[in-house]
Structures are given as structure tokens and as C-alpha cells.
Design a protein around this ligand. Structure first.
Ligand code: BG6
Length: 479
């Protein structure tokens, strides 16, 4: 359904995501003239603000979370905002909400960033209030369920009012520039694709390391854990983009068809192929930090770290492990993908005493966006004592290569695509279900084998068993 929305309705308009990401992103899009002059934004949440009160609230959030040099259009942006208080479980409130939204000229985009328990009543309320017609699309922020079954319930509830082509499931990693760049790297260059398979790649590593701890999200995080909070969505999306077959075009259906195919080839993980951990008190960047149980105020079996050796059962990736790890309170904030190539089949330099180290491609997603390809080169000299070879990096720092374009946060891209109706960077239902299917298998195996998280010191790279997971294959985590 192609239309550019001229009304945006934000559920959870006073929440953390709205303050840190959504309002700053919308303000930036406004300042850069990327959204229509007519776009009106209606916020809703429980808090009893009126329009002026919400504008004040939004201004404070922007001043707190938006860099000063990007706040240019703030004053005029605030004029776009209106607000309607709503208890999402009270059906009586939706008529007033519909009145506040009014009648868009083009169409309405809704962004749902609320507690999962409110999804179902909200969808029912929207439908009853006449806010779910053909010219309405909906964006859904995670978590969409906690298992395959519960995610199906959420998706069924949404589908009763919004067909798939008007449902936009958000995974904010897909809004990150370097994540999209994976597609360009793989499919806009001839160089990599012929080597991108089990014959030439030894293994792949995906790391999403964070230094933060619970960040006041105690209730949510303790019921989720690292596997469901990070692997089910972000890490599996990264894996799918690395491993999928070439789509026929840069198009929502073509790309999502290939992603779901590869997600469905994920093999059930064996019990000795996962390691879980929970951080204890330690130090992050020189500052002492409490342990997870202390932050939580009680003991818990929730994992704050997980490492997995994953396998894809298909021709391209047979026998190539994908090592995944993610955790809170690790030594640095770093998201990266490492593609480790195999050694050359025969080294002509061996007789001259020189070692050849296999090539490696490192795709840095954050905090730095860069791509590094390590190549072997000859150390300059007369080689009187034998040829000497050394690894040298071929480095592309995105910030230098593209110094001009503004660096945007993921939600700017995703909100714009939601407003304009491009589903390419949103997750389709079958993808989410394939992701949950695999995750449920891992959790079931943890339960059967009584696996509980091993302690690790905050500021370390997780439990030592995570190191052993790769070392026993002769592989070192890239640090
Ligand atoms: C969220 C998780 O989806 O992603 C958080 O719920 C996590 O626990 C966050 O901190 C990480 O996002 P980013 O963009 O900072 O890597």
C-alpha cells in the first residue's frame, strides 16, 4: 500500500525510547527537510499532558539527548507535536485518540513502543477507534513475544487488524548504516562473492559487546536475558545478511525471502555449543560496577552473556561455524563481524621460511564503522635471510571515506521508511518465527541439561568457557 503518511501516532511517547531515539530522530528529519511540511505527530501515553505540556517534555528530552549541533530545527519541530493521554487497556479512550489524530490527507503511520502486554489491547482499541483502515500502517518495536508461541500470539493479534504489507517490525540494527553496507560489500563488489562459501571461509565471528549493565531495565531484562534480548533479533539479522544467498534485487520481498531461507537452515545447537554467563562486580573502563544480582537485588538465573557455535545446514556453509557472542559489562562496546578465510592451498614461500597468515575481513559496525581486510605482503628488503611476509591491513574507515554525509542514527532511517512505506529494512513475520524457532531450541536444551549461567567479572570477555568454545577448534576470538 503505497502512501506517505502525513500523521504519525506514537504510542509510548513518554518512554525511554521516545526520549532517547524517536523524538531526536524525528527532530533531525524535520531539521533536514526530509519529512513533509504537513506531517503532524501525535504522542500518546498514560501521563496526563496537554499539547503544551508534551511539547515541553519533548523539548527537555531533545536538550538532554540530542547533540547541540543537531538541534537546529527544534523550535519549529515542537510545533508538529500534539498529545492525547490514553490508558491503552481502556477501550473508551480510543475515540478521543481518533479525534485527536483527525483525518489524515494521505495516511497514518503508527509506532508502537509499549510494554508487550499492551500490544493486544492496543490493536483492538485501534481497530475499534477506526485507526486501522487501509491507509494506516503500524510499526512494532521489540520484544514481540518471548518464544515462538507467544510471538505468534502477538503477530496473530496484529494481523487481525493489519495485514503483513502494513506491518513494520522493527529491528533497529537494520537501520544502522554499516549493517546496510553489508549488502553493498557483498553484492556491489565482484571480489568477495566467489570466495564467500565453505571452500574459502574457515569460520565467521559475530560479536556484540556492551559495557552497560541493566540500565534501570530490571523488570524487562531479567525476564529476557541475552539470548532473547540480543541474539534472537539483532545477531540473527547480522548472521542472515552475512550468510544469505544473493537476492535478485534490492527489494523488500527479494531480500526478506533470502534472509528467511538462511534462518531456516540454522541447525539445532548442541548443549556443548553454548556458554552462558552472568556478570559479577568488577570494573568497566576503570570504574567499579556492581554485579548483576546486586543491581537486581536478588539472585537470578538470567544470562547476561551468551556465546554460541552455530551451524547453517546448506551447501554454501556446510562445516563453517558461525561463532556468536554478546554480553553486558564486557570490556568495550564493540559490534563487529569477522570473516576468517582459509589458508592458501599451497604456500610457495614455505621453503624460504616465510609464514602465510590466512586473510581476514573485519567489518566494524560500532562504535567505529570500518572495514579491514588483512592481506599478506612482503617486508621490504633484500631477503638475504629468507623472504619475510607480514599481514598488512587494507583499511576503510567509513568516517574518512564519507566525511560529507551526516551520520544518522538508526531510527531516523527506520522512521522515514515507516512514514514512506518501504518495508525492506523491517522484519517479516516468517523471519521472526524462524528466529524464535531456533532460539526456543536452545532454551529447551538449556532447560533439559540444567545449564545455568557461569559467573564472569564485569570488564572481562565473559566466562572462560566462552574462550574454550572456540579454542578447542583452534580459533581465537578477535579482540
Ligand atoms: C536493544 C537491547 O535491542 O539493543 C538492549 O534491548 C541493548 O539491551 C541495545 O543494549 C543495543 O543497541 P545498540 O544500538 O546500542 O547496539
Amino acid at each position: 500500500m503505497s502512501f506517505t503518511a502525513d500523521r504519525l501516532l506514537l504510542f509510548g511517547a513518554t518512554g525511554d525510547l521516545a526520549q532517547r531515539m524517536l523524538l531526536p530522530s524525528l527532530c533531525a528529519l524535520h531539521a533536514d527537510g526530509l519529512v513533509d511540511e504537513d506531517l503532524e505527530i501525535v504522542g500518546t501515553a498514560r501521563q496526563p499532558f496537554d499539547d503544551a505540556g508534551y511539547r515541553n517534555f519533548a523539548r527537555e528530552a531533545l536538550e538532554k539527548f540530542m547533540p547541540a549541533d543537531r538541534r537546529g530545527g527544534m523550535a519549529t519541530f515542537l510545533n508538529r507535536l500534539r498529545y492525547q493521554p490514553l490508558d491503552a487497556t481502556d477501550m473508551a479512550g480510543y475515540a478521543a485518540l481518533a479525534d485527536k489524530v483527525g483525518t489524515p490527507k494521505q495516511g497514518l503511520a503508527i509506532f508502537l513502543s509499549t510494554a508487550p502486554s499492551l500490544f493486544e489491547p492496543t490493536i483492538v482499541g485501534l481497530a475499534a477507534g477506526g485507526l486501522a483502515g487501509e491507509k494506516v500502517r503500524i510499526g512494532l518495536e521489540k520484544p514481540l513475544g518471548t518464544s515462538l508461541e507467544s510471538s505468534r500470539e502477538v503477530n496473530d493479534a496484529v494481523a487481525r487488524a493489519f495485514p503483513e504489507d502494513r506491518t513494520f517490525r522493527i529491528d533497529h540494527y537494520l537501520g544502522k548504516e554499516t549493517v546496510q553496507n553489508l549488502l553493498a560489500l557483498r553484492f556491489a563488489n565482484i571480489l568477495f562473492e566467489p570466495l564467500w562459501n565453505a571452500a574459502h571461509i574457515d569460520h565467521v565471528q559475530i560479536t556484540v559487546a556492551e559495557t552497560v549493565g541493566l540500565e534501570g531495565r530490571v523488570g524487562f531484562y531479567d525476564g529476557a536475558g541475552a539470548l532473547r534480548d540480543m541474539v534472537q533479533n539483532h545477531m540473527l539479522q547480522l548472521l542472515a545478511l552475512v550468510a544469505m544467498e544473493p537476492p535478485s534485487s534490492y527489494d523488500a520481498t527479494a531480500i526478506r525471502d533470502e534472509k528467511v531461507k538462511v534462518l531456516r537452515t540454522l541447525r539445532l545447537v548442541a548443549p556443548d555449543e553454548t556458554v552462558t554467563g552472568q556478570y559479577r562486580a568488577g570494573a568497566i573502563l576503570g570504574q567499579p560496577v556492581p554485579g548483576y544480582d546486586e543491581e537486581l537485588g536478588k539472585p537470578s538465573d538470567t544470562e547476561t552473556f551468551v556465546a554460541i557455535k552455530a551451524h547453517l545446514d546448506n551447501w554454501r556453509w556446510k562445516g563453517v561455524p558461525f561463532y556468536l557472542r554478546t554480553g553486558k559489562r564486557l570490556p568495550e562496546r564493540k559490534t563487529e563481524i569477522v570473516v576468517q578465510f582459509r589458508p592458501v592451498p599451497h604456500s610457495i614461500f614455505a621453503g624460504r621460511g616465510a609464514l602465510t597468515v590466512p586473510n581476514r575481513l573485519v567489518i566494524g559496525i560500532q562504535p567505529e564503522e570500518n572495514i579491514t581486510l588483512s592481506l599478506m605482503a612482503k617486508v621490504p628488503g633484500l631477503d638475504r635471510e629468507g623472504v619475510r611476509l607480514r599481514q598488512v591491513p587494507l583499511d576503510i574507515a567509513m568516517a574518512d571515506a564519507f566525511a560529507g554525509p551526516t551520520k544518522r542514527i538508526a531510527y531516523e532511517r527506520l522512521l522515514l521508511d515507516l512514514i514512506e512505506g518501504d518495508q525492506t529494512l523491517f522484519v517479516r513475520r516468517d523471519e521472526v518465527e524462524a528466529q524464535w524457532d531456533w532460539i526456543d531450541g536452545i532454551r529447551a536444551s538449556w532447560a533439559v541439561h540444567g545449564l545455568t549461567p557461569k559467573p564472569y567479572t564485569a570488564g572481562s570477555w565473559g566466562p572462560s568457557a566462552a574462550i574454550a568454545l572456540t579454542e578447542r577448534d583452534g580459533v581465537h576470538w578477535h579482540e
